[in-house]
Design a protein around this ligand. Structure first.
Ligand code: ADP
Length: 449
């Protein structure tokens, strides 16, 4: 542009000069006596040529500078500015361009800052975020998404990333509905992760250009939901059985059974037994709920282990004798641990009682030893033991190896759950070990006192 405009300007001036020369020559013809005029014309031509060249170069240089400046700004190089050399039109244009470039720089800086913030938010999000184009190819994935689906997601198709057909159905649904869609998928067969998926498509001119998919991990939520459902079902079931029995026997008594003295006594005995069971169940449920709600107060202090065991043995001695079982303890009399005395006895009572309940012959023994800064208390029996497959579930509410036997023995299925919660609330850990046919050992650790 610069060379072209320079030539044009030059040609224009030349044309003017030639025209002037022609007019002067014509005048010279008309007035031959005026020789000084010829001289004047020559001077005029020379100066005109000189100024025409000078101005052409001057303006062309300034325009070249402007062009190169505009080109740099177009490439995103904002470190240059134009120095206005004159207060003319071009000088004003230069000032405007400088201001425009500065505004543009601020705008670009603000945009990239905004972009950076958005990037940081997306990458630090606890949810997986994946951006796809309209062919379902991943164009962007955050850290959490790569943790869920594996590394290097960019450039891969969603179909290759997740085999769950529901995800592809969701993508198709999002494309056809041109609106956000939600659903649930499951990944990782070995240890399933349940994800809530939200797909928000990018729509322009009624066309789908891809979308952003957010994966929210709801595995724990689902587990809790299922636990809650199971718990409600279990409680209802546990309450229903004794209630049905109480209702049935009471109706029999009302309908005339009360006059049959021998049977009436038997029936009221059954009613009492079931009412006791209901009462135990409600008590255990309340205890569990109070521990969970933090309503149980723990007065932690140094408790002599041998003393606590002795107190529990005296409560259960008769029960042991009735079953012909020996209650043994092997504890250093000076050994103490940090606990709430009543809660420690409640734990021991539950465990020794279980030992007596599930042992037909032999003994139930309590031992304790110091290990580092902790005291390990073990309650062992020589009973039937617990099958290996059930061991990991010990301590779950209402989980029993043999529900009918547990009920027959007056169990609520909540004893070990209470023990587990009490030990944890006092800063300890709990473990159940067993060898089927040889006996069970339940151990808990609490800080030494
Ligand atoms: P329950 O009221 O049924 O005894 P627990 O929570 O105390 O409830 O125990 C849950 C289940 O664990 C019992 O039903 C039983 O199957 C098993 N169990 C607990 N302790 C023992 C033990 N010492 N020997 C064998 N099985 C046991």
């Amino acid at each position: 542009m610069s060379r072209h405009s320079f030539l044009r300007l030059f040609a224009y001036n030349l044309f003017l000069l030639i025209s002037t020369l022609v007019i002067v020559l014509l005048l010279n013809e008309l007035f031959p006596s005026l020789s000084f005029l010829t001289l004047g014309v020559i001077v005029a031509i020379s100066s005109s040529l000189f100024f025409s060249y000078y101005f052409s170069r001057f303006y062309t240089r300034r325009l070249s500078k402007i062009t190169s400046f505009v080109e740099s700004v177009g490439k995103g190089q904002f470190n240059r500015s134009l120095i206005p050399s004159n207060a003319d039109e071009i000088g004003r244009l230069e000032s405007h361009l400088n201001r425009m470039a500065a505004d543009l720089k601020n705008y670009v800086d603000a945009l990239s800052e905004e972009e950076g913030k958005k990037g940081a938010v997306v990458s630090s999000m606890g949810d997986g975020v994946v951006v796809i184009d309209n062919s379902g190819m991943v164009t962007l994935a955050n850290k959490r998404a790569t943790k869920l689906f594996g590394p290097s997601l960019t450039g891969k198709k969603m179909i290759d990333i997740s085999r769950d057909p529901r995800l592809l159905e969701l993508i198709e649904e999002g494309q056809s509905r041109l609106g956000a869609v939600n659903g649930e998928i499951s990944i990782n067969e070995a240890s399933p992760i349940i994800l809530h998926v939200t797909l928000s498509p990018f729509i322009r001119n009624m066309k789908n250009l891809g979308g952003v998919i957010v994966f929210h991990d709801i595995t724990d939520l689902k587990k809790l939901e299922n636990m809650r459902k199971d718990f409600v079902a279990n409680v209802s079931h546990e309450l229903k059985t004794p209630l049905t029995s109480i209702k049935g026997y009471a109706e029999t008594l009302i309908e005339g059974g009360i006059d049959d003295r021998e049977n009436a006594l038997k029936f009221t005995g059954v009613i009492k037994k079931n009412a006791d069971r209901l009462s135990r169940l409600v008590n255990d449920l309340l205890t569990l709920s109070n521990i969970e709600l933090g309503k149980v107060e723990f007065h932690i202090r140094s408790v002599n282990v041998a003393d606590a065991v002795h107190s529990v043995f005296s409560t259960l001695e008769q029960k042991g004798i009735e079953k012909g079982l020996k209650l043994d303890s092997e504890i250093d009399v000076s050994l103490s641990l940090l606990a709430d005395r009543d809660r420690l006895e409640q734990i021991l009572l539950n465990l020794v009682d279980n030992g007596i309940k599930y042992t037909e012959k032999g003994s139930v023994a309590v031992s304790a030893r110091k290990e580092g800064g902790e005291v390990v208390v073990s309650v062992s029996d020589t009973g039937a033991g617990i099958p290996k497959r059930d061991l990991s579930r010990m301590g779950e509410r209402f989980y029993r190896v043999d529900p009918a036997r547990s009920r027959e023995l007056g169990g609520t299925g909540l004893g070990l759950a209470i023990v587990k919660h009490l030990v944890a609330s006092m800063g300890g850990t709990f473990f159940v070990g067993s060898e089927e046919g040889r006996g069970t050992t339940v151990r808990f650790r609490l800080p030494a006192g």
